[in-house]
Design a binder for this molecule. Sequence first.
Ligand SMILES: [Mg+2]
Ligand SMILES: [Zn+2]
Length: 187
Amino acid sequence: MPSADRLVILDRDGVINQDSDSYVKSLDEFLPYPQAIDAIVRLTKAGWTVTIATNQSGIARDYYDKATLAEMHDELARLVRNAGGEIAHIAVCPHGPDDRCACRKPLPGLLEEIRDALGLEELAGSWMVGDSLRDLEAGAAMGCHNVLVRTGKGTRTLTKHPELAADASATYIFDDLVAFVDWLLRP
Ligand SMILES: [Mg+2]
Ligand SMILES: [Zn+2]
């Protein structure tokens, strides 16, 4: 059974795969970082539940459609499964910034979806991993431990918000997903 203190929620772009300022619009542009799949698999094998919460406003902007997004996520799930891991749930916000939805991070709607999909009472004590401030804001709203990785927009986020680095108890900072997983699974 999933439990919040054994749950990791990953942002997608810039955490699992290379981000692009012109959006990740096709399966060809979906490029997982080296060892990122392996890191997810290691979490699963160590008894952690792995989920994804991803803003995909490129759908609202008509840069790609839901079928193309499903191709990317099928491929991701396949890569993880073939290596012996599992992604328990992928929560997607397909809306744009002006759609007034309840799911686009920094709002916590995607995390609420994950909580409900896993049958959890709350997400307090779980781990939210992102490369943007909005990921951390969504995580904080749900009582998650917050992790910022330097990949993707992470370095930019730290430059814009140096206060994040000043309070190590509020935000854990790692070079990438692999370094976070190494730390989380440390003996
Ligand atoms: Mg991101
Ligand atoms: Zn939304």
